[in-house]
Ligand binder design. Sequence first.
Ligand code: NAD
Ligand code: UGA
Length: 477
Amino acid sequence: MSVEVKTICCIGAGYVGGPTMAVIADKCKYLKVIVVDLNKDKIDSWNDEDLTKLPVYEPGLKDLIKRCRGKNLFFSTNIQQSIAQSDMVFISVNTPTKKRGLGAGEASDLKYIESSARSIAEFAVGHTIVVEKSTIPVKTAEVIKTILFSSQKGLENKPSKSFTVLSSPEFLAEGTAIDDLINPSRVLIGGESKDSINALVNIYKNWVSEEKIIKTNIWSSELSKLTANAFLAQRISSINSISALCEKTGADISEVAKAVGMDYRIGRHFLKSGPGFGGSCFKKDILNLVYICKLYGLNEVANYWQEVLKINHWQQNRLTNIIVKKLFGTVTNKKIGILGFAFKADTNDTRESPAINICSNLLLEGAKLSIYDPKVKFQEISDSLNDLNNAQDHTIKIKDSIFTASSFEQLANGSDAILILTEWVEFKNIDWVKISKLMRKPSWIFDCRDIIDVNHFGESDLNIWKLGFGSNMDNQK
Ligand code: NAD
Ligand code: UGA
């Protein structure tokens, strides 16, 4: 039996739900696409006439919204009505690490998944295909099914609703989300019902070739997503561990990464050394993998993946220590400029950004921070640092110790050091000779993203330290 899908709804208007549904709406003009969220402010921002106010910054997103919003793409807080009129409902809510209770600090908190499933169970009409888009622990579909199917009990005499559940995890990366969605490496669909799988395949087939659409059993699909993120994060920790060895031995990490990555069996992607991986997913997904492994008694496997996180944290602390040591062992009351606060370029997202740990370490050492990021607002920076400060029971007065700079000159003025933490393209064109004249001497640049070219420094008297470069010009000027 083929299932005709005319209206789809996505629960969760965040970094995944918003862009994913915008691309589906653009590629499938025959579909009505509704994105719902509990957060009214977020929905208002998605509906704002001023497209610079969209809650998510992604290259290409504004154009899509302009083309589709109000035509076949809608953002709403009316969850009941949106679910009721939909043939297919995507769950794209957040699945953060649990903060308290059983599995705290490791397991995923499934409360938003559960509440979404309960909303679908309550409001769905007729047959509804439910698609897990969120990243969830393997076996979560079981929970969703139990909630959905128990809502059918007692309705035997009037079968007004029925459900099938699919897993179709999302592989987009922030900053390239629109490109990733338009040209995905693969689309993964796990499930039992052939008709429901085909209904989702038919949507993707509008722009993705069928060879790229993988059909698996539901548990393989759920576990593949966690595994893919764990493997990507593992590569970053691997290269970051070698960056430290480069600094000791005179090797340069960019040369090593190139030489290693040219072996087609290894590949060149995800070998860029930096201040450690951030973002809302790698850490939480590995913690989740660790938790599941322990649950099944696979302690060696759990320990193996735990090390990927340990190296990530170590890299951030290692960087702070290097900076403090270079600045004569103390940064108390010194002004340090921070270039970039987002967890990577081309996003306004700061979740788990390495900048949070590194800035927090420097604040603990008594530094004053002048911060510039082209897309992150002061409030966001201050909130992220405050959250960590409170979580670690520190009493630094964040608002008195950080300020945002509106220009590179303002950031540099009187600074002892400038630290590059995000690889924004605009940082590549900074006039370092001009900047050096504004800084206090001796002045340091710490490039943690390998974006500055030391050949552009002319006669400036800047000391430059590049992460992973053993050939660093280490003689202090
Ligand atoms: P997000 O926090 O940006 O958005 C989630 C949204 O869901 C929030 O706006 C929240 O208000 C809403 N929500 C929560 N419970 C709800 C409910 N019951 N009803 C309606 N709305 C509800 O999260 P995100 O970054 O979009 O991630 C969503 C999921 O996708 C996560 O599981 C994540 O691991 C996964 N994922 C994220 C990315 C990424 O790049 N951010 C990529 C792939 C997969
Ligand atoms: C990552 C995955 O790449 C996506 O496939 C996945 O869908 C997503 O997580 C998710 O599940 O949320 P994302 O976190 O948005 O995407 O961005 P990445 O490009 O993976 O970068 C993650 C972090 O690793 C960033 O802090 C980035 O700077 C860092 N990174 C990345 C490196 O340090 N080196 C690299 O070579 C690549």
